[in-house]
Design a protein around this ligand. Structure first.
Ligand SMILES: O=C[C@H](O)COP(=O)(O)O
Length: 251
């Protein structure tokens, strides 16, 4: 049975003091929720302290990006083996902010995805369209291209060790959530496309929705048949919101 999941993406937020308070509250609030995967993806400098804070909880941790290179003269980059040193279970790859602000194209994202998997870290692969692409009717093609780049490089079987997150760019940080049906339509498109190549992998794959998920809209989004949880930005920084979103998986 495919496992549901809620992952927080802190983006470039946090401080040692704030993180500790947030994680103490969240860990207490989700204690005992065992049926789903819970995680937070944090800025690199906080990995060590987050590891200490979460080690004996039911919340896993990870990073928001990783280098496609193993080691060498790559100033400013962080490798998969460095993430392994801090026991990261997950890494986000291909977030739209990385794609648009930092020039990561489908090829680079696919390389990062493969590098993560080779290191035994589960990639959370983000896909999604811009508003212009949606209005031009190219949503499905954009997402297909994003997925195909990964499948070509890493193989369809790689998706058994991955999580996909559908994040319509127009819904990220805007307060404008995709309607449950809009999100479900894309999730179903993704699952069906993968099922055409491998039905059992498609059945088991967790596909998360991301884009202005809050405590008040999470239950109806998570109730859709192909939405297996969420990748949460802003609301993952507010303990009560994030706890409620995690709990919404269980209804
Ligand atoms: O990775 C998370 C997404 O970008 C969603 O962010 P948001 O919940 O702040 O809209």
């Amino acid at each position: 049975m495919r496992e549901k999941m809620v992952a927080g993406n802190w983006k470039m937020h946090g401080s040692l003091v704030d993180n500790k308070q947030l994680l103490d509250e969240v860990a207490a609030g989700v204690d005992g929720l065992k049926e789903a995967r819970l995680a937070v993806c944090v800025p690199y400098p906080y990995l060590s302290s987050v590891q200490d804070a979460l080690r004996s909880t039911n919340i896993a941790w990870g990073a928001q990006n990783v280098s496609q290179y193993e080691k060498g003269a790559y100033t400013g980059e962080v490798s998969t083996s460095m993430l392994k040193d801090f026991e990261c279970r997950y890494v986000i790859v291909g977030h739209s902010e990385r794609r648009t602000l930092f020039g990561e194209n489908n090829t680079i994202v696919a390389e990062k995805y493969l590098a993560a998997q080779r290191a035994g870290i589960t990639p959370i692969l983000c896909v999604g369209e811009t508003l212009e692409q949606r209005e031009a009717g190219t949503t499905e093609r954009v997402i297909e291209d994003q997925l195909t780049a990964v499948i070509r490089l890493a193989g369809i079987d790689s998706l058994s060790q991955a999580v996909v997150a559908y994040e319509p760019i127009w819904a990220i940080g805007t307060g404008k959530t995709a309607s449950p049906q809009q999100a479900q339509d894309v999730h179903s498109f993704i699952r069906t496309g993968i099922a055409n190549e491998n039905a059992s992998i498609a059945r088991e794959l967790a596909i998360l929705y991301g884009g202005s998920v809050k405590a008040n809209n999470a239950p109806e989004l998570f109730a859709m048949p192909d939405i297996d949880g969420g990748l949460i930005g802003g609301a993952s920084l507010i303990a009560s919101e994030f706890i409620a979103i995690c709990r919404a998986l269980h209804h």
